[in-house]
Design a protein around this ligand. Structure first.
Ligand code: XMP
Length: 520
């Protein structure tokens, strides 16, 4: 493993992903972790991340004591470069001139990291402090007009530092520099591949679960599907998946889970048709938060009942004595783990992330086979496990489903209208080849709004549909997607022609903030 020491969250995750793109496993650790604990993870290399602090600021994060004495090759990036220089006897200075954005470094002496690369290269900088003199034993490898020590290395001790950010795409040769550090500087081998990841994760699940029974709630989303497929591969019929059909899914989605997913994995599936139950619980409710609460609550109840039934009825293999279910599969991803402190103990279940937040009295132990993976890695793993592209490349979809895309009370009729309109929008997006450019494409029915129209020479008084295509990296911020006019036009024409009750189509052109992605 390669340890990425985190001096400021948004930098560390990107570095960790880039290391993995070099097919070397990486793990993020806080800069407060003692060196001995880091050493116990037996790292092949250490990378000190960038961070927002100045090394001179009060309370600025420091390198764990003794880290430079444990004999592990280390690369410092930006702030990491500065703390390395400072800790080993170099000088870091404050500057009046900041260097933000693109810059050009001149290679003074190629050393190991710059060997074979052009003398001048474009890099991405983001700093004010700078290293003015490298510690004894180091060679200065690169500099810019403002930064005398933009690169340095001490090959004898295996220490490297760069002031710029090799993990950012704007740094022309960033990945090559990173690869050189990993392969040549630290002797890492590129053996972290999807095949190996799948094999190792399957083995780990077998070891953790043994002969015990396991349950998993399928939402239809990517994470729970991949987690379930992996666990199925590991333990077969010891796993039972529960799929609660709450009637708020999009067209074709229940079938995707019930047929395609089962066909691809052979998983033991327990479907609960709870459509009536959710509809009557939502009857007449218009307040968004109220809807969310009801859907979450009903979901937990239905899941709980199903779990009890499975525990007591020994679902799956008929006739066998019931054996308690000990484990619950959870599709937790690495960013959640990092953001909640990176602990290895019982995971805290994020209500936004999983299917509704599960009842405590069920007392399951968790199996979280994706907790070391980033989203794009989960998709790759899903493909490796043979899941259909429609499942692996599904857009994120909120737990409360179409329930929060009908503005007004939820009824069966309104759900059918929205499902039809949504299916058309998705079909046309796919036909235009734009699926992977769009983060999410909510389609919203303004059920309590009517407007006048004219169709086939007669007056209509129907409902508007709002299209809400957005681009985003992580759903925290988003921009409205500039879909080509001809795609919008086809969607609009088809929806007004094919979906009864809809006589108007609008496009939402609000970014987030100030709007959220969903309307409720
Ligand atoms: P907003 O609307 O807050 O949504 O911009 C951000 C992202 O979260 C999704 N979302 C949910 N996901 N349960 C979920 O699992 C929920 O209750 C929920 N509400 C919103 C939304 O689709 C978007 O991707």
């Amino acid at each position: 493993t390669v340890l990425v020491v985190d001096f400021g969250a948004q930098y560390a995750q990107l570095i960790a992903r880039r290391v993995r793109e070099c097919h070397v496993f990486s793990e993020i650790v806080p800069s407060t972790m003692p060196a001995a604990e880091m050493l116990a993870k037996r790292p092949k290399a250490i990378i000190l991340s960038g961070g927002p602090a100045s090394v001179y600021a009060e309370g600025a994060p420091v390198v764990p004591e003794g880290l430079f004495d444990i004999g592990v090759p280390t690369l410092g990036i930006c702030y990491g470069h500065q703390v390395m220089a400072q800790a080993l006897g170099g000088t870091v200075e404050n500057s009046d001139v900041a260097e933000y954005g693109g810059a050009t470094v001149a290679v003074a002496s190629p050393g190991m990291l710059f060997a074979g690369l052009p003398h001048e290269q474009a890099v991405w900088m983001s700093h004010r402090d700078f290293v003015s003199s490298a510690p004894a034993g180091f060679t200065v490898t690169a500099s810019t007009d403002v930064t005398p020590v933009a690169g340095m290395e001490d090959l004898d001790r295996g220490f490297f530092g760069v002031q710029f950010h090799p993990e950012v795409l704007h740094t022309q040769h960033g990945m090559e520099i990173l690869r050189r550090f990993l392969y040549e500087g630290a002797g890492c081998r590129p053996n972290w591949t999807m095949v190996n990841i799948a094999d190792e994760s399957i083995e780990a699940v077998r070891e953790r679960v043994g002969e015990k029974r396991v349950i998993c709630a399928l939402s239809g989303g990517v994470d729970s599907a991949v987690a379930a497929a992996l666990v199925q591969r590991a333990i077969g019929d010891q796993l039972t998946c529960v799929f609660v059909d709450h009637g708020l899914l999009r067209k074709g989605e229940p079938e995707q889970v019930e047929k395609d997913f089962v066909a691809a994995t052979g998983v033991n599936l327990h479907v609960v048709d709870a459509q009536e139950r959710f509809l009557s619980a939502l009857d007449g409710v218009t307040d968004p938060e109220e809807k969310r609460k009801i859907i979450g609550r009903e979901f937990i109840r239905v899941f709980e009942e199903a779990a009890r039934e499975i525990v007591h009825g020994g679902a799956g293999s008929a006739g066998e004595p019931a054996e308690p279910v000990e484990f619950l599969v959870q599709g937790t991803l690495y960013p959640d783990v990092v953001e909640s402190g990176g602990g290895t103990g019982a995971a805290n279940i994020k209500s936004h992330h999983n299917v509704g937040g599960l009842p405590e009295d069920l007392q399951f132990k968790l199996v979280e086979p994706l907790r070391t993976l980033f989203k794009d890695e989960v998709r790759a793993l899903g493909e490796q496990l043979g899941l259909p592209a429609e499942i692996v490349w599904r857009q994120p979809f909120p737990g409360p489903g179409l329930g929060i895309r009908i503005i007004g009370a939820v009824t069966r009729d309104r759900l059918d209208i929205l499902r039809d309109a949504d299916a058309i929008a998705r079909e046309e997006l796919t036909r235009a080849g734009l699926d992977r450019d769009i983060w999410q494409f909510p389609v919203v029915l303004l059920a309590d709004v009517r407007s006048v129209g004219v169709q086939g020479d007669s007056r209509t008084y129907g409902h508007p549909i709002v299209l809400r295509p957005v681009t985003s990296e992580d759903a925290m911020t988003a921009d409205w997607a500039k879909l080509p006019y001809d795609v919008l036009q086809r969607i609009s024409t088809r929806i007004t022609n094919e979906v009864r009750e809809v006589n108007r189509v609008a496009v939402d052109i609000t970014s987030k903030p100030p709007g959220t992605i969903e309307w409720e």
